[in-house]
Ligand binder design. Structure first.
Ligand SMILES: C[S@@+](CC[C@H](N)C(=O)[O-])C[C@H]1O[C@@H](n2cnc3c(N)ncnc32)[C@H](O)[C@@H]1O
Length: 361
């Protein structure tokens, strides 16, 4: 039996004592008690969690974050610690406007409320995810991803923290979250079906599914199902334009088992369509007949247009098509082909400064 389990009663006594001290306003005393607990029982997740909250509330934010992350290392799925970490991120971004913080510094530091640098952008605006509680599911997904998500695409560059790597992606993930919410609200389909073409390790799918789960908790939908299309192999040369040939062989580290593990909380909400697009579109399992949301991230013209031609007629009114790499220089031929595809379609096509683009039907 693990030591923490064996000494449960003794630990609980300390935790109760710390809570009492906190209630009396003696936060420093509570911290002392909890420090002792984590020294004696370094694997006590609750103690790290409580210590994180108290230190953060005392203004020792970095120490608070460190403790909360330690708690999540010990139990990455602990909802209480995930929520606490999400609340801490929200809270630390709600600080007062401080011109020094706005100057184009690195924006990964958690207590900056304004300014962002990353993902090909530099802004000086307030972060939307710090503004209100509507970002709860995004922030939960973000903190959970830092703790758990296995992605060979998050490079292990020395000197850059894992938090910074994920932080750079926040604007992109915010867009995914809102695209999902738009599709839920405007297609009004209680049993919502969605498609992602180009899944890789499942990162964008993870954020999509997390938001959907949130929408399900809020009872905005009765069920959700995300159909995932990818070869889960390396990019083949077949079908690539002459100017795209350089990307053949990319994604050789793809592994469907890794994706399934990353999305394992959603086994009942996902359908895997492994194979190359366009062939896989008409293969088994069967594609959904009508969809509220289509995310395309395929990096080349042929499968992008094939996916559009196949799914666009199935997109419900109020639905969304989200493109991941629309504005990136490397994918200029895809951008041109997508613009051509939408030229005679109803609805609104909106490129975003994140490099994504959203089509609103
Ligand atoms: C950029 S990654 C997707 C990343 C993912 N959307 C995310 O943001 O987490 C592109 C993926 O598209 C897949 N892909 C590219 N061309 C494809 C094709 N013709 N058929 C199926 N999958 C393809 C690649 O295998 C790769 O996994």
């Amino acid at each position: 039996m693990p030591q923490v389990e064996q000494d449960k009663d003794e630990i609980n006594q300390f935790i109760d004592m710390a809570q009492e001290e906190c209630q009396k306003g003696n936060k420093s005393e509570a911290v002392k008690i909890l420090f002792e607990v984590v020294q004696r029982w370094p694997n006590c997740q609750f103690a790290h969690n409580d210590l994180g909250c108290i230190l953060f509330n005392m203004g020792k934010r970095q120490q608070g974050f460190d403790c909360m992350r330690k708690a999540l290392q010990l139990n990455p799925n602990d909802q209480r610690s995930l929520q606490n970490l999400a609340a801490m991120i929200c809270e630390s971004k709600r600080g007062e406007f401080d011109i020094d913080k706005v100057s184009p510094n690195r924006a990964h530091v958690y207590d900056q409320s304004y300014g962002f640098e990353g993902w090909g952008m530099q802004t000086s605006h307030a972060h939307p995810w710090a503004q209100d509680l509507d970002s709860t599911f995004l922030l939960q997904a973000h903190t959970e991803a830092i703790a758990n998500f296995d992605s060979p695409r998050i490079p292990s560059l020395p000197g850059i923290s894992i938090e910074e790597k994920w932080y750079n992606l926040l604007w992109r993930h915010w867009t995914i979250t809102y695209a999902v919410r738009h599709a839920v609200e405007f297609t009004q389909e209680p049993d919502i079906k969605l498609v992602e073409c180009g899944v890789c390790d499942g990162m964008s799918a993870f954020f999509t599914l997390k938001e959907l789960k949130g929408q399900y908790y809020l009872e905005h939908i009765n069920s959700f199902c995300l159909h995932l299309y990818d070869s889960w192999g390396s990019m083949r040369e077949q079908g690539l334009l002459e100017e795209e040939k350089g990307i053949a062989g990319q994604f050789r580290e793809n592994d469907i088992e890794r994706t399934k593990k990353n999305l394992s909380d959603f086994d009942d909400n996902t359908v895997y369509h492994q194979g190359f697009i366009p062939e896989s579109l008409n293969s088994s399992p069967t594609a959904p007949e009508s969809i509220s949301y289509l995310h395309i991230d395929l990096n080349s013209v042929e499968p992008t247009i094939a996916a559009l031609e196949f799914f666009f007629p199935r997109l419900l009114r109020g639905g969304i098509v989200l493109f991941d790499d629309f504005g990136w220089k490397e994918y200029c031929p895809t951008r041109e082909a997508v613009i051509k595809f939408f030229i005679d379609k109803p609805g609104i096509f909106m490129p975003s400064p994140t490099g994504q683009a959203i089509y609103y039907r």
